[in-house]
Ligand binder design. Structure first.
Ligand code: NDP
Ligand code: PYC
Length: 342
């Protein structure tokens, strides 16, 4: 077994933030990026963990993300709250908009946060989880860049378009959260298979000729497939419409045209909808949070697990014992620390 290096969550966060600051990102962006990347390692979500640092740095070096943009809140008191990310990474824009979104959802029952003109590479569960901490249920979605063929087709058109949902369960329980790519697997998973020299499971992708493949290189050069055939394809198309067309931002196809490569983090927008269960259930019998618990207990009672249960267990473990990095990952981190932007 290859050696591992144990690092605490806090120590890793400060090392990753320092790498980003050294590469020219403002402290706000560096801290927000380090927060989501290290949350990925902490929770055992490697496809959006530290391996993403290099792609973020490449995007800065290519001049395709504004390293010191100041996200700007546009709030006219209505149900649609907007943050213009100014071409910067999305994470700081979300941090600015989230408290306003939650407060608006609590007062109106429902509200949406539109993030425009952001560079986006991260998982969405940190966002819906944050909103559950603010007492609201939330749905988050965004396009990506065109890498997925619609069901029945063979050419990349849709993105891996992530879709996440969170439901608050009070202070003493972890929220109900799911978050998945609308492709069979996230592109990050395919990239990790490529790096580790592993074949893909069948059904993930087709090669450039539209033939099924388990070779990660051929999959990256061909097209990924939507999950659930026509059903995933339709959900992914909905995300292009709601979180691309409707919010006046790039679709996945336009994002790829803008960037010209999938080697950098894509520029587009994001849509997050927050709802207050108490406001929706007002005047109806039963407490919605208590009724939700009955449902969760019935799921778990059959021996099934709730989504994010694995993640929360990983979090408990790493917060107590630290994060185990492989020797390669530790060496890569050392190399990145020695680098500046050049
Ligand atoms: P997974 O298939 O790994 O997991 C999807 C969800 O299903 C998770 O919430 C997971 O919980 C849950 N789950 C998995 N197995 C079970 C089970 N047996 N029972 C109940 N629930 C289960 O995710 P993907 O590979 O599709 O996506 C990974 C990440 O990639 C996501 O966080 C997504 O946001 C991100 N992504 C980001 C993109 C972007 O453009 N920014 C594009 C595409 C993806 P658990 O974690 O506990 O296993
Ligand atoms: O893993 O599919 C992915 C992805 C695309 C952009 C960010 N993550």
């Amino acid at each position: 077994m290859s050696e591992t290096v144990i690092v605490s969550v806090e120590a890793l966060r400060s090392r990753v933030a320092a790498i980003f600051r050294k590469a020219g990102l403002s402290s706000d962006h560096a801290g927000a990026l380090a927060g989501v990347i290290v949350a990925g390692e902490r929770d055992g979500c490697k496809s959006h963990g530290i391996y993403r640092i290099e792609g973020c740095l490449r995007t800065v070096k290519a001049g395709k993300v504004a390293p010191d943009s100041k996200p700007a809140l546009q709030d006219d008191g209505t149900a649609v709250v907007r943050v213009d990310a100014g071409g910067g990474y999305s994470c700081a824009a979300f941090e600015l908009g989230a408290p306003v979104l939650a407060a608006r959802a609590r007062s109106l029952g429902i509200a949406a946060l539109v993030i425009n003109d952001c560079t986006h590479f991260s998982a969405l569960w940190p966002e819906v989880e944050r909103l559950t901490e603010l007492g609201v249920a939330a749905i988050a979605m965004c396009p990506s860049y065109a890498t997925v063929a619609p069901a029945g087709g063979k050419d990349p058109l849709l993105g891996t378009n992530p879709f996440a949902f969170g439901w608050p369960r009070g202070e003493n329980r972890s929220p109900y959260v799911f978050d998945f790519a609308t492709s069979v697997a996230a592109r990050g998973e395919i990239e990790l298979h490529r790096r580790e020299g592993r074949q893909l499971p069948e059904g993930w992708a087709v090669d450039a000729n539209g033939k099924p493949t388990t070779d990660p290189e051929a999959a990256l050069a061909g097209a990924m497939l939507p999950f659930g055939g026509h059903k995933g394809s339709a959900i992914s198309t909905m995300i292009e419409l709601l979180a691309g067309v409707m919010i006046g931002d790039f679709t996945s196809s336009e994002a790829l045209d803008f960037l010209g490569t999938t080697a950098l983090a894509p520029r587009h927008g994001e849509l997050i909808i927050a709802m207050s269960p108490e406001r929706f259930a007002a005047g109806r019998p039963g407490d919605p949070l208590a009724r939700a618990e009955v449902l969760f207990e019935a799921i778990v009672g059959q021996g099934a697990r709730l989504p994010s249960q694995r993640r929360f267990a990983a979090r408990e473990r790493t917060l107590a014992q630290g994060i185990a990095l492989t020797a390669d990952e530790a060496a890569q981190l050392d190399r990145l620390e020695a680098l500046g932007l050049d």
